[in-house]
Design a protein around this ligand. Structure first.
Ligand SMILES: Nc1ncnc2[nH]cnc12
Ligand SMILES: [Zn+2]
Length: 339
């Protein structure tokens, strides 16, 4: 039997603020050590000799160059145990980073396309998530994403395949290659999701234009926008997002690694806060982008000179923007206020 490496979370030197993480792809938490252990357990050969060789491939020129590696490495995820181990490793790290609540994306089509049934994915993730409060003191939700560079029919088929598991799923989302795949393509499946009582989110305005954020709001009726940094290019859109208190789940280290911004010091986060937007800070795909939730908080503090009060606003926003029930939200906000 292969031993899966024990979690060796890198705890921040300080006591991290309590926070919710709302933009986190579970497949993007696959650390090189776990990737090699799962490859051995499942008899999968990776095209890298060592973990360091793999790490050297983590140099991206844009979203697509990252997605190519992200989807290729998923070949090691095959069984319920693999998905449970992946999620449990994330939760152990998240705890060290002050994460009290995590709303976790997964990409079913990336697995069903390789012959892994959606039930295997959901059952494996659910096993770790169901034990998360007891094992890590973290509450969780699951968000099922559609791959926007696949067809609208494929999204509809995926939604139908997920029907038996909808009691485990809080929301639907939209991710993968953005440009050329506008939200309008997915109107029908979002309508079905809403009818089934699910919340709706969508990546928009990461690489794609502000017009995609409008579409996500007006055609998909989303409750949150993932990324959304390009909203600043459209004053009217900013006014709409502010007026409707639509949360934006921003991912600063991701934006630097995927060249959405040139440098963290140029990140629009302060401008977004100044505009009155309900902004949160998240890690996106932390195994690939150099940091988990609190690492993103620390990075923006240092690069953008954010003070303690602003960091507390970001942490507060994360609970306000979450899909938590009101009682649990209030308890977390109180915990933050007295921290
Ligand atoms: N940053 C990102 N944008 C779009 N799709 C993704 N899938 C995983 N990470 C993503
Ligand atoms: Zn993302």
């Amino acid at each position: 039997m292969t031993r899966v490496p024990s979690n060796s979370p890198s705890a921040p030197a300080h006591r991290p603020l309590p926070k919710a993480e709302l933009h986190l792809h579970i497949e993007g938490t696959l650390e090189p050590g776990l990737a090699f252990a799962l490859a051995e357990r499942n008899g999968v050969t990776l095209p890298y000799a060592t973990e360091d060789d793999l790490r050297r491939a983590y140099s991206f020129s844009d979203l697509q160059s990252f997605l190519n590696l992200y989807y290729a490495l998923m070949a090691v995820l095959r069984t319920e145990d693999d998905f449970a181990d992946l999620a449990d490793a994330y939760l152990a790290r998240a705890k060290e980073q002050g994460v009290r609540h995590a709303e976790i994306f997964f990409d079913p089509q990336a697995h069903t396309a390789r012959g892994v049934p959606i039930g295997t994915v959901v059952r494996g993730l659910s096993r770790a998530l169901d034990a998360a409060e007891e094992n890590h003191g973290i509450t969780t939700r699951l968000i099922m994403c559609f791959l926007r560079d696949e067809s609208a029919d494929s999204a509809l088929e995926t939604f139908e395949a997920a029907r038996p598991y909808l009691d485990r799923i809080t929301a639907v989302g939209l991710d993968s290659a953005e440009v050329g795949h506008p939200p309008s393509k997915f109107r029908e499946v979002y309508e079905l999701a809403r009818q089934a009582g699910l919340k709706c989110v969508a990546h928009a305005g990461e690489e794609g234009p502000a017009a995609y954020v409008w579409e996500a709001l007006d055609l998909l009726g989303v409750d949150r926008i993932d990324h959304g940094v390009r909203c600043l290019e459209d004053e009217r859109l900013v006014a709409r997002l502010v007026a409707d208190r639509v949360p934006l789940t921003v991912c600063p280290l991701s934006n630097v690694r995927l060249r959405v911004v040139d440098d963290l010091a140029d990140h629009p986060l302060p401008a977004m806060l100044d505009a009155g937007l309900l902004v949160t800070v998240n890690s996106d795909d932390p195994a690939y982008f150099g940091g988990y939730a609190d690492d993103n908080f620390t990075a923006v503090r240092d690069a953008l000179g954010l003070d303690e009060e602003t960091l507390r606003t970001l942490a507060r926003n994360s609970f306000l923007a979450s899909f938590l029930d009101e009682e649990t939200r209030a308890a977390y906000l109180k915990e933050l206020d007295t921290f």
